[in-house]
Write a protein that binds this ligand. Structure first.
Ligand code: T4K
Length: 397
């Protein structure tokens, strides 16, 4: 058996610097300087300044939605929406999501009801929602994952029939469309994340989209006063304002969205071509959308077929400076406080549990070149073909 030539066993790493997961958009220094000189000249940092207003206007046009309310990040956006929609009792959502989706409910004094997922698309299992709706459920939170979508029209019909509200955590779905309709226009509200790892970046940031005038007024008041137009009664206010510095980056990122989307899509196609030849790594296609941002490169792994445990592959890649991740792990139902407070879900989400054990993501985004994807896929192919030797060597270490 030949000794595998990997950095894990002392070889030189394939990449000099860590290659992370995430869009990680950086405008040129010159554009950054021009934008920030403007902020310094106006001497205006925050509180619905000209750049925040310009961003809201441009996003409304881009997303073809009536109201865009920019916020500090998507987590606070989700908390504000739950409050503005006056939700009560329980809200149904998938457990296969980032902790913020469920935590926003806890902050709003609501209880999550975790639904399992469709193992092929990773989106919420539509056919299981019905059985979870009882008199205490006031809403469904759809989560649009991985540049795909969770059948928003079907969810809309279900929510209407059952008399519950519907809104979306669309943190991953900026720029995506379903049957030609931009995500932003479904349910009563949708929330996007503009975190640095997302395709539209404000470094930190996000926005809430709605076509509901009254809800928009409430949200603007909850965010903190600015832009509501007329007074609205809200019980609680917060501070979810977006600063001018955040808005400046987001405006540049919005301008470069088409280029970043095209770059992601071509990297995705390259991975698709190479991964098709590597047993045990199954690429997940963005589901349910007519247009995707290709923001994530997600696979499920069959450890038997590939020849290595997933977590060992992640360790091996890390030594090469390829930062693969196991989003989401563990499922939110297995995290604090839900695993103690809601133990009923520990046995009732088999598809979520299986996916958390098999999901693996690879780098894609602005910092990733085609050469890097070729090299990553070469490492993956070598890891598969020498898996027995890797295991033997690893066990000896
Ligand atoms: N709903 C869903 C479904 C979400 O996925 C998220 C967030 C939210 C709601 C809430 O949105 P926000 O409130 O965050 O707007 C990241 C992001 O922090 C988070 O936004 C995202 N989802 C989540 C899935 O991933 P981490 O803890 O994995 O990030 P971190 O720091 O490990 O960064 C990822 C990689 O990027 C690392 O290899 C380091 C690298 N990196 C990161 C940053 C920020 C850089 O090289 N440079 C950077 O500036 O959470």
């Amino acid at each position: 058996m030949t000794t595998p030539n990997f950095a894990l066993f002392g070889a030189k790493p394939a990449f000099e610097k860590p290659l992370p997961i995430g869009q990680l958009y950086f405008p040129s220094w010159e554009r950054y300087e021009v934008a920030f000189r403007g902020i310094f000249e106006r001497q205006y940092y925050t509180n619905q300044g000209p750049l925040a207003q310009e961003l809201e206007d441009k996003l409304q046009k881009f997303l073809n939605v009536k109201h865009v309310i920019c916020v500090t990040n998507a987590t606070i956006g989700l908390m504000m929406v739950a409050d503005a929609m006056e939700l009560k009792g329980k809200v149904i959502l998938p457990s296969f999501t980032f902790a913020a989706s469920a935590q926003s409910l806890s902050w709003a004094g609501l209880q999550p009801v975790f639904c399992d997922i469709d193992p092929n698309t990773h989106q919420i299992a539509l056919d299981q929602i019905d059985t979870l709706i009882d008199a205490e459920v006031s809403a469904i939170m759809g989560v649009n994952l991985w540049g795909g979508a969770c059948k928003p029209q079907a969810l809309h019909e279900l929510a209407d029939t059952k008399g519950v509200q519907l809104y979306f955590d669309s943190a991953h779905a900026f720029g995506c469309a379903v049957d030609g309709i931009k995500i932003a226009n479904f349910g009563r509200a949708e929330v996007f994340s503009f975190h640095a790892t997302k395709i539209l970046s404000a470094t930190e940031g996000g926005c809430i989209c709605t076509n509901d005038d009254e809800l928009a007024r409430r949200l603007r008041n909850i965010r903190s006063s600015y832009g509501a137009g007329s007074p609205v009664n809200v019980v609680r206010t917060s501070n979810g304002r977006m600063s001018e510095a955040q808005a400046a980056i987001a405006l540049m990122s919005l301008e470069d969205f088409p280029e970043n989307q095209r770059n992601n899509e071509s990297l995705y196609r390259l991975y698709e071509k190479h991964l098709a030849l590597i047993p045990g790594l199954n690429l997940v296609k963005p589901a349910g959308v007519s247009f995707s941002n290709y923001q994530y490169l997600v696979c499920t792994m069959d450890e038997q077929e590939f020849g290595l445990p997933r977590d060992l592959l992640i360790e091996l890649l890390k030594a090469e400076n390829v930062i693969a991740r196991r989003y989401f792990y563990p499922g939110v139902h297995r995290s604090i406080p839900y695993m103690q407070e809601l133990p009923q879900y520990l046995e009732s989400l088999p598809n979520t549990d299986k996916l958390c054990a098999t999901c693996i993501q690879f780098p894609i985004g602005a910092l990733v070149s085609t050469e890097a994807v070729e090299r990553i896929c070469e490492i993956l192919a070598n890891a598969h073909s020498t898996s027995a030797a890797i295991l033997a060597r690893y066990e000896k270490q």
